[in-house]
Design a protein around this ligand. Sequence first.
Ligand SMILES: [Fe+2]
Ligand SMILES: [Fe+2]
Length: 301
Amino acid sequence: MSNTQPAADASERTSLKARKVSFDWEETPLHWVPGEPFSTHMINTIHMLLPAGERWFIHVYRQILPYIHDDQLREDVIGFIGQEAVHSQAHDDVLPHLKKLGLDPTPYTAQIDWFFEKLLGDRTLPPGRARKWWLMERVAIIAAIEHYTAFLGDWILNAEALDRHGADPTMLDLMRWHGAEEVEHRSVAFDVFMHVDGGYRRRVRTWAVAFTALVFLWQRGTRFLMENDPSLLDGKASFSQLRAGGRKGTLPTTAAMARSIPTYLSRTYHPSQEASTAQAVAYLAHSPAALAAEARMPGKS
Ligand SMILES: [Fe+2]
Ligand SMILES: [Fe+2]
């Protein structure tokens, strides 16, 4: 099967830097989208999924660096690793706050740690073809996942309904800072995949793996949070609540999620064709957490 090289939009490129943000969760309520526990917990699942997931990205990318023979892409990968390391830590820091509010995420995060560290870990493979095959599979899985992190980043930057619903400003800033950096670096994982392999069959196969895993883990995480939320009498998660969140604008619509599938599987797809770097950079220029991180940088006072 041919390996088409899709066109990247050069104007969407930006140089990547990690912003060492931190957040104070003291004032953030459990239902930080007021009156919307399902939307809150659907988004809260990110805090439980991404720390292990992004640590795994970094683990795999450290192994792929020797296969990258393009200085620009190498620089992008190093910037990507720096950003994902801060994302992972920032979401991890929310978990003790959830526990303090009576919702201990540990039973679920233990499963996620197993998923990324064991199931998607290095495995005991002999050096050579098998080991390289597994590395390339994982690089392709990361490209597919990053299609969805960019999709969600673009969504949250534009989710004005969350502001209208009075969503907690600190949590909104965490989600939008992260979303903006996902939009900033949305091409890196795909470019890495195209550079080291780029096979269309592999793209389709690993998309199916990533999509199935994301749907499975996300619904499981949301169900876990709804069922263990101490403020809900009989917390349940359902597909109809997902659709309702989409209609209200407190979650992405199921139609937009469905449209993202053929987008990724198109042979002419390149992530730079989706979302807007200018919008992401504009958000980061006034994000309270990003500004505070910048002020803390050495040399600034
Ligand atoms: Fe991230
Ligand atoms: Fe990312």
